[in-house]
Design a protein around this ligand. Structure first.
Ligand code: ADP
Ligand code: MG
Length: 573
């Protein structure tokens, strides 16, 4: 056996550990949820890999999670017989943060403990949460199918050791050497109630030794002697039910919320959820959640977590774009179907008509859930929109079939409120349109303030016509794809000839006469200007669109708008 080798943590890991210990102390019991969650994922993985290669089980296929504690040694151990990790995997998964969004996370830290605790929660606490209660953590593991195991050990102080070990079982065991003052975790009742509180619906049995049994450790060997008094007995302490297979009426909000934290790797409660069994040509269940906040890797194409796909309660894979379009990448939860093969692969998923049917139904379920929220719980919908509105908007561009549905869900800032919050729906806008108004007017800009300051708005203000103020990055594209709503064309107020004659009725004859005279009077000035500006402009036009400003730049109807030009330049085009 090789000697232990000492290695350094990546700098970020050190920083994260420090923060975690200090900011999350008041939530310290979450370490158990995190370790159970990892054990559960590891069991899921071996079960999936073994579908193609039964030998991986090495005869040990009764997958479970066990929690043990040792009062004298002052340790708590979480053990699984899942896939385990090779030496390289331990280095990659435990010694570094390979997560996307890491940079953004560290940049957004404030130094304020309460705020940072939330940020860490959003980032994902994971394995390192063990150090909240432990001053030394030992991980022993062997990847199923490999000959050698590995022991990883660290005091969370910047370095860790690695050592090759013999290990009969596949899987992993994480042992926490508790910090001074954390002895209350060395208690059956305490641990089992945390399990029930946080991990009740983990689908694998979570077992603990029955409290009355004296000591554990040699249960396997003592089997033969059958001494009833000393044989420790394991009992399942969670309900281990696949929550999505149960009926809604049996489940409490608390159970839904805890399952969310497990399945979404989130630290906070979800914003809302929808749970349904869909029957038809294809049969499947969905339990889908909308998180409260955007995760740090929302904009990353390689993000890890999405919606978990199960086939008859067997975990198949974490899906990202196989089941939901990119613009629904905020959705978390579970889809379980009885109509897919257990050995379904990513490739098959991409071309299966069954998957298409499931995808269509699941996406529609998310839409109807959002529609209900918008209608019945507008405050929640506003929260959703704030976190994910700019993502959902991408759907207008990417999903032609659902464009209408998405457009209805969109919210915008508008001159009606003047606020930067996006609260105005297109339907609201249409309802407020002037009687003779035929178009939905909007302006795009870099920022909300820039939109509001635009001289193009002057005439609209004067006439009391509402203008949508679009300043999200995606809005330029959105406006080129959303040409009409409810039969009313969308019109940029910075493009082309602004024909407000449809609003004639609102203007007196006298006003029109005055405009005409003003136009004549100023024509020579315009001609001079064109002479001076030469090639840099196409045309200098006398216009009635301004009220207070002397001049403004206007694009041709089919030209790119100024902000689109900037965007493309930024993108290097
Ligand atoms: P996450 O679970 O969100 O990926 P963690 O910090 O909890 O983040 O775990 C990091 C990685 O370490 C996991 O993705 C997994 O690859 C590996 N890992 C952790 N615990 C186990 C375990 N019990 N068995 C196998 N792999 C594990
Ligand atoms: Mg984890």
């Amino acid at each position: 056996m090789s000697a232990a080798e000492t290695r350094q943590f990546q700098t970020e890991v050190r920083q994260l550990l420090d923060l975690m210990i200090h900011s999350l102390y008041s939530n310290k019991e979450i370490f158990l949820r995190e370790l159970i969650s990892n054990a559960s994922d590891a069991n899921d993985k071996i079960r999936f890999e073994a579908l193609a290669n039964d030998a991986l089980y090495e005869g040990d296929s009764e997958l479970k999670i066990r929690i043990e504690f040792d009062k004298e040694a002052r340790t708590v151990t979480v053990r699984d017989n899942g896939i385990g990790m090779s030496r390289d995997e331990v280095i990659a998964n435990i010694g570094t943060i390979a997560k996307s969004g890491t940079k953004e996370f560290f940049q957004s830290l404030t130094g304020d403990q309460a705020k940072d605790a939330h940020l860490i929660g959003q980032f994902g606490v994971g394995f390192y949460s063990a150090f909240i209660v432990a001053d030394k953590v030992t991980l022993e593991t062997r990847r199923a199918g490999e000959a050698k195991g590995v022991r990883w050990e660290s005091a969370g102080d910047g370095e860790y050791t690695l050592e090759e070990i013999e290990r009969a079982e596949h899987g992993a065991a994480v042992t926490l050497h508790l910090r001074e003052g954390e002895d209350d975790f060395l208690d059956h009742w305490r641990l089992s109630s945390i399990v029930r509180k946080f991990s009740d619906h983990v689908t694998w049995p979570i077992e603990m030794l029955k409290p009355e049994t004296p000591k554990f450790g040699e249960e396997e060997e003592s089997e033969a002697t059958k001494d009833a008094e000393t044989v420790p007995e394991w009992e399942k302490v969670n309900s281990a039910s696949a929550i999505w297979t149960r009926s809604k009426s049996e489940l409490s909000d608390e159970e839904y919320k805890e399952f969310y934290k497990h399945v979404a790797h989130d630290f906070e409660d979800p914003l809302s959820w929808t749970h349904a069994r869909l029957e038809g040509r294809v049969e499947y269940s969905v339990l889908l959640y909308i998180p409260k906040k955007a995760p740090f890797d929302l904009w990353d194409r390689d993000r890890k977590h999405g919606v978990k796909l199960y086939v008859r309660r067997v975990f198949i894979m974490e899906t990202t774009e196989e089941l939901f379009p990119r613009y629904m990448r905020f959705v978390r939860g579970v889809v379980d179907s009885a109509d897919l093969q257990l050995n379904v692969s990513r490739e098959i998923l991409q071309q299966s008509p069954t998957v298409d049917a499931i995808k269509k139904g699941a996406v529609s379920k998310v839409f109807s859930h959002l529609e209900e929220l918008a209608k019945n719980e507008p405050e929640k919908y506003a929260e959703f929109w704030k976190a994910f509105g700019s993502v959902l908007k991408e759907g207008v561009i990417e999903d032609f079939a659902n464009k209408e549905r998405i457009a209805k869900l969109c919210r915008f800032a508008s001159t009606h409120t003047g606020e930067s919050e996006q609260t105005v729906s297109l339907a609201d806008y249409v309802e407020r349109m002037k009687e003779s108004q035929k178009k939905i007017y909007y302006i795009t800009g870099e920022t909300h303030t820039a939109c509001l300051a635009s001289p193009h708005l002057e005439i609209f203000r004067k006439k009391g016509i509402e203008v949508l103020l679009l300043s999200d990055r995606v809005d330029e594209w959105l406006s080129t794809h959303l040409n009409e709503f409810d039969g009313k064309p969308l019109q940029s107020i910075t493009k082309g000839e602004l024909d407000l004659s449809e609003l004639e009725g609102e203007e007196s004859e006298a006003e029109k006469e005055a405009e005409k005279q003003a136009e004549e009077a100023i024509k020579p000035v315009a001609e001079k200007l064109k002479g001076a500006l030469g090639e840099s402009v196409k045309e200098v036009r006398v216009s009635h669109r301004l009220v207070d400003s002397p001049a403004c730049l206007v694009s041709e109807e089919f030209d790119m708008s100024a902000s689109m030009e900037r965007l493309l330049k930024e993108a290097g085009q």
